[in-house]
Design a protein around this ligand. Sequence first.
Ligand code: CU
Length: 219
Amino acid sequence: MLDLTANAARPNPQGSFHYGTIPVVRKIHLENSKAIISGKLRYAVNGISHINPNTALKLADWFNIPGVFDFTTIKDFPLHSGTPAKLGTSVFAITLHDFVEIVFQNNENTIQSWHMDGSSFYVVGYGNGAWTEDKRQLYNLVDGITRYTTQVYPNSWTAILVSLDNKGMWNLRSAIWERRYLGQEVYLRVWNNEQSLYTETNIPENALFCGKAKHLHRS
Ligand SMILES: [Cu+2]
């Protein structure tokens, strides 16, 4: 018999994944900035203007190649204002399934657009000025929808909640290309030590090996 209810409205409303009741285990605040480093225009996140190493981050991570990136270059919170930005490779260490609050703080006069690869997130709040803890009371913890991109208004903040359930080396970046190209991006290395196809597929057969991975043998 044809079940006419199968594709109809569900008893659970849209967005009923109860993201608003999950405890946050990690808080990250990302502040964008414009900088001149060695005489050149750059953009930075928490004082670090990202540069891509010669060895792809995912290759370095997969094959445990040292000296390519570390988890201490970029911090979870912005540097004290006035600290000059510098070049670095920005990778956050995230444990698989961490439920994270990310606040994008935009102290510039231009609108920002941030995009996350690998996971969708819930935008829970926007506001003017500097984010403060009491802003959490304004969060929409009920019926946000999942997105991959969010805006941050000039001299304002945007807060998101995200369940990082996808293992990998994921890019979180400005969707304004010159800003991304000139350093306004970070990587989220979402990981646990379970080596299993249940949590991550193997590296593709045709993956290009570059940099310090060049001479590795495929297993
Ligand atoms: Cu994407």
